[in-house]
Design a protein around this ligand. Structure first.
Ligand SMILES: [Zn+2]
Length: 227
């Protein structure tokens, strides 16, 4: 057989193998299928989640696949960079205070992964009980970052500021008081901060600056940061 023919056969054989594998992938390992937010995450989960920032339909499909009911929030155009698009009421199994904040679908999806696969595990491991509620400082606010000229991710409801975690025994672990508080509470908050970085694009804690001394900022914007 001529060398060229041999190479062509190898290429065709390889292409056929790739097609065969792609057609028979289990859904969890298939990059084309919606992410099941309730299933134990594999290494594809974070990239599927990141993709939802650019493809809101993939985000809505993920909630449908996961059988999690979401309430859509109507789009609201803006000429000042504060548009609300593809937003939902935060879908959480936790008591949320204030209730039902508006967030982008991408933030809601990241939150679901965070809550189910990071937050409760950290609470059980560090504190021996589960989280039943969160206290947040807001999701949507038409403003810039600090005193700068760049719009905050909060301007488009693409972020959430979490100030405290209410435990099953009624106690609240607060970022402002417990970041440098009792060792187990401080360890829990650091585990939550570090774990959130797997799901959110930007995670800012008291380690970042004084503006974040009392909350974790979690967003699904373009940039990546874990501080
Ligand atoms: Zn924030």
């Amino acid at each position: 057989m001529r060398p060229l023919m041999r190479v062509a056969l190898v290429v065709v054989g390889f292409a056929a193998l790739v097609v065969l594998i792609a057609r028979n992938l289990p859904p969890a390992w298939d990059p084309r299928t919606p992410l099941d937010l309730t299933a134990a995450p594999n290494w594809l989960a974070a990239s599927k989640l990141a993709w939802m920032r650019r493809d809101p339909q993939a985000c809505f499909a993920a909630f449908a696949t996961s059988a999690i009911v979401i309430t859509r929030v109507p789009d609201r155009p803006s000429t000042t960079g504060c548009e609300i698009e593809n937003a939902v009421r935060l879908a959480s199994t936790l008591r949320t205070s204030p209730p039902s904040p508006t967030v982008t679908c991408a933030v809601a999806a990241a939150w679901t992964m965070f809550e189910r696969h990071t937050l409760q595990a950290a609470a059980r491991e560090q504190l021996g009980q589960e989280v039943v509620g969160i206290r947040h400082l807001g999701t949507q606010s038409c403003r810039n970052i600090g005193a700068g000229a760049v719009r905050s991710q909060h301007a488009t409801a693409n972020a959430i500021d979490v100030a405290g975690f209410i435990l099953r025994d009624g106690r609240e672990v607060r970022v402002v008081a417990d970041w440098h508080g009792p060792p187990r509470d401080a360890a829990f908050l650091r585990a939550v901060r570090d774990g959130a970085c797997r799901w959110f694009r930007v995670v800012l804690s008291p380690d970042y600056n004084d503006a974040h001394r009392d909350h974790f900022h979690l967003d699904m914007g373009r940039w990546g940061a874990c501080r």
